[in-house]
Ligand binder design. Structure first.
Ligand SMILES: [Zn+2]
Length: 605
């Protein structure tokens, strides 16, 4: 362990943000930000639409808005750290409310940008974004311009925003309330029945005893059946509102807005799914291997994430976890190892297990200071070690971006998991070749890894398949509960094929999956598969080309916020992601891991 005693530090240091919470520096910072926003908002309101005579004024407004947003994010990142690490404190949620109010003030300035940009003619707009101070953020400005094109008249947009509170958002809230209260009755081994909240449903379905899992699944679905009409009404209404707004905003297809948000075009999405659909046998083979290890031929849908019954082993110590990550990174990717040690030394990682911490893990950063923080709770499993590597990958991405302008650092969801999955892979490669990590642990880790792969290629594809079919039919009218069930079962059969037991489908997955009910966005699925496969392509190339690949990899991360994903990949890797062959390569690369898994299984008794 080369990081010395710093590696034992398990509490992070946050002084890089502010010396203390609500101290004089932080108070002055907030006052300055508020002032800057007020002045910028006033200037934006009185500046006429974008044309040669107002260009200098709009340049000033854009730069001020970019700067204010960076300051707001600095403040917000700091508060995210405090909220997560001290869930019992009341001051932090109050601070969050103040941040949200400030964010709304910035959004109002953005509306003025929509107004100004939509009025500019094409030739002039191109010259405007080529001004020296704006050129580095040209892509962000072009996106604002595109958004401004697919908007209704300002008074109609205002009405739509107001109606959404009682429309699409109300349906989302109704679903959240009903599903949050939902309970299911689980029959225990001794014959008693226990009523459990639906939040425990997932862990019950993953129970090592598959009969307990099945009983939980069936009991949970009886509960969903009880609110099926409300779920169907909510889905019908939410999709209906969206389709109406798309029509009025000049959007031709229900995928146009989700694709714009993801930073990719339709040909890229089609190429990816063409490759996925012709390679489904690989993830299916993994699930069949797992079923065989349990003495079966296929699995039921509810078991798709159930782990192999593997002995957990003794918990790892934090110092050992740090050593494993450090060694793996340093051996394969020295610069990533250096950054990991820098983070430890600076106290940028929070890992202590103690009360009042929120569950989960994340990485956050400040564009103002160029610092990152990793949040997690280390309980000694190999999965926790993997989480540490994953979040450090995010931090490395942030570090590589930190030299660029704030608005060219905003990457889309499709590129958000590139660096984290890559770092997880670097750790895994290191661990699989280590003789001092026993086979049982390796198998458990590989099982978790490949289960994740099966979710991304099969489960997420099922959701995309279902949602596409649903939107296409919804354009003709509302769907009945029975039709939702039919579409869902058909999607599962198409995607899972023969690794899904006949009768093992989950006809209520459209009701129980929260992602279909997020009022702010639709198709919260394909960006996951995209991000995963892109990261796997990079892994495959790294395997082939070794260290020589790393400068290209880093240039891709550094450019991730300044062009469409197709352009970023073409410029840095010289690859065309609109070709299915690109995606096929990523999926074929997974065969190595599957073989490793199949090789480790027979060693078990
Ligand atoms: Zn992540």
């Amino acid at each position: 362990m080369t990081a010395g005693t710093a590696g034992n530090q398990r509490l992070w240091r946050l002084e890089g943000y502010f010396p203390d919470f609500d101290g004089p520096q932080m108070t002055a910072f907030k006052a300055e930000l508020k002032d800057a926003i007020r002045q910028t908002a006033a200037a934006a309101r009185k500046t006429p639409d974008l044309e040669p005579s107002s260009a200098a004024a709009w340049e000033k407004i854009v730069l001020a808005l970019e700067d204010a947003q960076m300051h707001l994010e600095h403040w917000s990142s700091y508060v995210s750290c405090l909220e997560a690490a001290h869930a019992d404190e009341e001051a932090y949620p109050r601070e969050r409310a103040a941040i949200n109010r400030t964010r709304a003030a910035l959004a109002r300035i953005e509306i003025e940008l929509f107004r100004a940009f939509s009025a500019a003619d094409d030739g002039f707009f191109d010259r405007f974004v080529r001004r020296p101070a704006l050129e580095p953020i040209a892509y962000a400005l072009e996106r604002i311009r595109t958004r401004s094109r697919f908007r209704m008249a300002p008074e109609m947009e205002r009405l739509a925003t107001d109606l959404n509170l009682d429309g699409i958002q109300a349906w989302g809230r109704l679903y959240d309330r009903l599903s949050g209260k939902l309970q299911f009755s689980l029959r225990l081994a001794d014959g008693r029945t226990e009523v459990k909240p639906i939040s425990e449903w997932r862990s019950q379905m993953a129970h090592p005893d598959r009969e307990v899992g099945r009983a939980a699944f069936e009991a949970g679905n009886r509960a969903w059946q009880g609110i099926e009409d409300v779920c169907a009404a909510a889905l019908n209404a939410m999709a209906g509102v969206r389709l109406t707004l798309y029509r009025h905003r000049g959007r031709n297809h229900f995928l146009d807005e989700p694709l714009f948000a993801a930073g990719i075009g339709r040909p890229t999405l089609d190429a990816m799914y063409a490759a996925v659909r012709e390679s489904l046998d690989l993830p299916r083979a993994f699930l069949k291997t797992k079923a065989a290890a349990m003495g079966r031929r296929d699995i039921a849908f509810f078991e798709r994430e159930a782990p192999l019954p593997v002995a957990a082993g003794k918990p790892l110590r934090w110092s050992r976890a740090v050593g494993l990550v450090d060694r793996a990174f340093t051996d394969v990717y020295p610069a990533l190892g250096d950054h990991f040690r820098r983070m430890l030394k600076n106290g940028w990682i929070e890992s202590e297990a103690r009360p009042h911490k929120r569950p989960g893990a994340f990485c956050t950063r400040s564009k103002l200071t160029g610092e990152q923080r990793v949040y997690m709770t280390f309980n000694g499993t190999l999965g926790d070690v993997s989480t540490l590597a994953h979040e450090t990958g995010h931090a490395w991405h942030g570090h590589l971006l930190s030299g660029s302008r704030p608005w060219s650092q905003n990457y889309p969801m499709t590129l958000a998991e590139t660096a984290s999955i890559f770092a997880e892979h670097v750790l895994a490669e290191g661990l699989y070749t280590r003789p001092d990590v026993d086979d049982e642990r390796k198998l458990a880790m590989l099982d978790e890894d490949l289960s994740g792969m099966a979710v991304l290629l099969l489960d997420i594809t099922t959701r995309f398949d279902f949602e596409s079919a649903f939107y296409a039919e919804r354009a003709q009218g509302e769907l009945a509960v029975s039709r939702f069930k039919e579409l869902m079962v058909a999607s599962q059969r198409r995607v899972y094929g023969d690794c899904l037991a006949v009768g093992g489908e989950d006809p209520y997955f459209w009701a129980s999956k929260l992602h279909f009910y997020i009022s702010g966005l639709s198709f919260y699925n394909f960006p996951y598969t995209f991000g995963y496969l892109l990261a796997r392509t990079l892994v495959a190339r790294f395997r082939r080309e070794g260290q020589a690949f790393l400068p290209r990899y880093e240039s891709l991360l550094a450019a991730s916020g300044n062009a469409a994903v197709e352009v970023v990949v073409a410029r840095t890797l010289g690859e065309d992601i609109t070709r299915p062959a690109f995606w096929r390569d990523a999926i074929q690369g997974l065969a190595v891991d599957l073989e490793r898994y199949q090789g480790l299984l027979p060693a078990r008794t």
